[in-house]
Design a protein around this ligand. Structure first.
Ligand code: CP
Ligand code: NVA
Length: 308
């Protein structure tokens, strides 16, 4: 069963094939309206359930549009409206959904929920973000970097801020796609220790740096994310802002990276908090290409899951 649960648990060759297919599918659609069908309709007759236990703009719309472009149909479900977490087990939900749909995309809190869904579903399950990882985002980010700058292998990527779920998937991608990764943030918000140890054991070049100026020195790609994720308590907001203020990506910090450096943010962004508008809207920013590439990358992920 081809579940797409995380970048480090998916074979390297499959990841590369997905990125390459995403690029060729994107090129084949150039100039078409978003609603126009692809020439190939690999999802014709397929039903995809998109389940959200957290808010979403990009993931929701890009998966929905992607399925339709490939000839399939979707149902977008809110976790709150389902029996999920209201007494029925995830395992039973997985068995039931597998009788109706061909593919399940799930955005949830605890990765154990995603894992249980995958363990008991008889159809592929895709991780649409958990508290711990966000693999679809980083597939789009690798695709975006390579569109602009060629192979990401051997490049220096610097993450500024919280060592969160999006960083974790960057760490997995560093191992699988062979780039160097610097985490630059306060010790209190260090990345997941288990993932760091795994990446280092796999020979990945991961650096922890507290000083943002040293962190961006030589960076080919600078990445930021929100300081307060959806799973973080709102009561932690002030503490997080105080810890992270020094890591804001602004023009001065971008100027300290490589002159060719790109800027990425998975969005939604908080302008003038983790990044200034001058950087978001500046010439090094590729944030809206990233958002667009969610569509193309996930179409390739779905094709791989379904083997079509
Ligand atoms: N980047 C991302 O996953 O955005 P959404 O939360 O809007 O889906
Ligand atoms: N780290 C953020 C990413 C949102 C797409 C969150 O989990 O809220």
């Amino acid at each position: 069963m081809n579940h797409f649960l995380d970048i480090h648990t998916t074979e390297r060759a499959a990841l590369r094939q997905m990125i390459d297919q995403a690029r060729s599918m994107k090129e084949a659609r150039a100039g078409r309206s978003r609603g126009a069908p692809d020439d190939e309709q690999p999802l014709a007759g397929r039903m995809v359930a998109l389940i959200f236990e957290k808010p979403s703009t990009r993931t929701r719309v890009s998966f929905d549009v992607g399925v339709r472009q490939m000839g399939g149909q979707t149902m977008v479900l809110s976790g709150q409206d389902m029996q999920l977490g209201h007494g029925e087990t995830i395992a039973d939900t997985a068995r039931v959904l597998s009788r109706y749909v061909d593919l399940i995309m799930l955005r949830t809190f605890d990765e154990a929920v995603l894992q249980e869904m995958a363990d008991y579903a008889s159809v592929p399950v895709i991780n649409g973000l958990t508290d711990r990882t966000h693999p679809c985002q980083i597939m789009a980010d690798v695709m975006t970097y390579e569109e602009h700058r060629g192979s990401i292998a051997g490049k220096n990527v610097t993450w500024l801020g919280d060592g969160n779920n999006v960083f974790a998937s960057f760490l997995h991608a560093a191992t699988q796609f062979g780039f160097n990764l610097t985490f630059c943030g306060p010790q209190q918000l260090d990345p997941d220790r288990e993932f760091l140890d795994q990446a280092r054991a796999a020979g990945t070049n991961v650096r922890i740096e507290r000083d943002p100026w040293k962190g961006v020195d030589g960076a080919d790609l600078v990445v930021a994310d929100t300081w307060v994720s959806m799973h973080d308590a709102q009561s932690s907001r002030e503490r997080r802002h105080n810890l992270l203020r020094a890591y804001q990506v602004n023009d001065r910090l971008m100027a300290a990276a490589s002159p060719e450096a790109l800027f990425m943010h998975c969005l939604p962004a908080h302008r003038e908090e983790e990044v200034t508008s001058s950087v978001m809207d500046g010439p090094q920013s590729v944030i809206f290409d990233e958002a667009e590439n969610r569509l193309h990358a996930q179409k390739a992920v779905m094709r791989w899951c379904l083997g079509v």
